[in-house]
Design a protein around this ligand. Sequence first.
Ligand code: PXP
Length: 245
Amino acid sequence: MINNIRLGVNIDHVATLRNARGGNDPQITRAAIIAENAGADLITVHVREDRRHVNENDLKSILSVIKIPLNLEIAANPDMIEIANRYKPHSVCFVPENRKEITTEGGLDVSKNFNKLEKLVKDELDNDINVTLFIDPDKDQIIATKDLGVKVVELHTGAYAEGYGMQLNIETELNKIKEAVQIANDFNINCHAGHGLNFENVSLIASIPNIKELNIGHFLISDAIFNGLENSIFKMKKIIKESTI
Ligand code: PXP
């Protein structure tokens, strides 16, 4: 049976490379078009508060060239919501953001930020934008997500990806993700997953029934330097499709 899990290609790091020099190369819109043609089911970008990679202009230009949905990752704050409401992506994924971090280090603490999130989530849903919360695979976070009325979570696979290669860690972290999917399923919450996924470690995640979407960025852009973005995405799609559920 073909595994039809969706692949969101995160193209942030095309902009990281561009910003290392300024100017337009490599062009972010070109990356978005190649990703779409190579079979990406959606394009994901994270507009960070410090704009270290993609910015609003990128968001606007990517939206003007793609036909597939755009998933916008943002910190949960009113300034970022204003950007989302201006450009109306298919979905926003709320992520925790810390200016000093190199990448998104952990999931959102939904209970701790419940009141703030409640208002922001309502604002997005009122604007017909789908909402996802990026959380650790943790029961309490899923319960808080259910209480908030959010119907989709993206499970942070960073700890699993880091542990890959160390048998004990993989099993522990993989089981946490499987249990989280099960609990989410019981609450009718859809699951996506992402962070740190690559050709080697993606299959075990793609094989978990009821994960609907994977978001993959850094590895695909890195592999693309040697193999070309189209080939890297083709290969990732093939591995995902062949991952048995
Ligand atoms: N999903 C979310 C919510 C993220 O913040 C990131 C990193 O920007 C990813 C997925 C992709 O992670 P990676 O770049 O490690 O593939």
